[in-house]
Design a protein around this ligand. Structure first.
Ligand code: TRP
Length: 329
């Protein structure tokens, strides 16, 4: 694809069905980047093993994530979509990179400290090496640009450092320092209106939910905490429902809601009903495509197998150069 600007790579954790936060923060960008870049997207099941105990869930969750990505508009004819463990070269590169990784750097990372706090009883060796495996993902496919949220920025910086150390130590230029594209949109809050939307907090709205489930979830959303009675004037700028209206509702209606909320012309219940309608309408084509794919699991597995084959070809090319660089006997 010579007309494209370079190669994008990103990994997405197999957390099962995607929610609105996953969609707006990552998936939507993955889809858009396909127009300008040659894209490689990977569902990182090996990374998930650092914290997941039930591998049966891992299998289902990986498949559900693949359905969401494909239904959202990842085009497997051009983009490489695959499952991380289907390209075992990544674990080999991970081992080589680990030799140029100072241990203290890994244990100092804020993301590592967070994981230890969340999972004090499962601080395994793999968890410490999480960023090294990520660096292996990125460099294995000779990535120019990595689209990630701001929480992952330290890992990209870490990858750049590891690339420099590796190339210096082995006197080579085989690994490429990736650039980072911050794809963060204003944080998507959960239905509690307080915390970032996340499955573990159960404050999320699944994009594959039925219209009815979606409506129910939206009706539970916390709005402007100052607005208690229907007649109280509202403050749209602090309301999470309004924040989402701005993304999914036509501008004229957003302007109307802005004005009417402030003078209590529209109540929160009506405002949420409108949002539910607009969101359901926006995701109708997605849900239809997703249902069609879910009805053909063999086809989805074939897409992932084809992606893995193309990914392995790129990976093996890099690894041949890497093995030469480290001068394995
Ligand atoms: N660590 C990333 C996350 O938690 C997922 C990931 C794994 C990734 N490998 C990657 C992201 C490589 C970008 C590039 O979201």
């Amino acid at each position: 694809m010579p007309s494209k600007k370079g190669r994008v790579f990103s990994g997405i954790r197999p957390t099962g069905r995607a929610h609105l936060g996953n969609y707006l923060g990552a998936i939507k960008n993955y889809v858009a980047l396909q127009d300008e870049y040659e894209c490689v997207y990977c569902i990182v099941d090996i990374h998930a093993l650092t914290t997941v105990e039930d591998t049966l869930d891992l299998r289902t969750n990986t498949f559900e994530m693949a359905l969401d990505l494909l239904a959202a508009g990842i085009r497997p004819e051009e983009t490489i979509l695959f499952i991380q463990s289907h390209v075992p070269q990544v674990t080999e590169l991970h081992t080589f990179l680990s030799m140029v990784t100072p241990l203290g750097k890994l244990t100092d990372l804020p993301t590592f400290k967070d994981k230890v706090r969340q999972n004090p009883n499962n601080v395994n060796y793999g968890l410490v090496g999480y960023p090294v495996l990520m660096a292996a993902d990125i460099t294995l496919y000779r990535t120019d640009l990595v689209p990630v949220g701001i929480d992952q920025a330290p890992h990209i910086e870490f990858t750049r450092e590891i690339v420099r150390s590796f190339n210096y130590r082995y006197n080579t230029d085989v690994l490429i320092e990736p650039g980072m594209k911050n794809t963060e949109i204003p944080k998507v809050l959960g239905i509690d209106g307080k915390e970032k939307m996340s499955k573990s907090l159960n404050n999320h709205i699944e994009i594959a939910a039925t219209p009815e489930e979606t409506r129910k979830r939206i009706m539970q959303m916390v709005t402007d905490p100052q607005r208690i009675k229907r007649d109280d004037p509202g403050n749209p700028e602090v309301c999470n429902v309004f924040a989402l209206h701005k993304i999914f509702t036509p501008q004229v209606d957003v302007d109307m809601i802005d004005v009417e909320c402030r003078r209590a012309g529209i109540g929160c219940v009506d405002c949420k009903k409108r949002f539910a309608e607009n969101l359901n309408q926006a995701f109708e084509p997605f849900r239809a495509r997703r249902a069609a794919l879910a009805a053909q699991p063999a086809q989805v597995h074939a897409i992932l197998a084809d992606g893995a084959e193309r990914a392995r070809a790129l990976a093996e090319e890099t690894m041949q150069a890497v093995r030469r660089a480290v001068q394995l006997p």
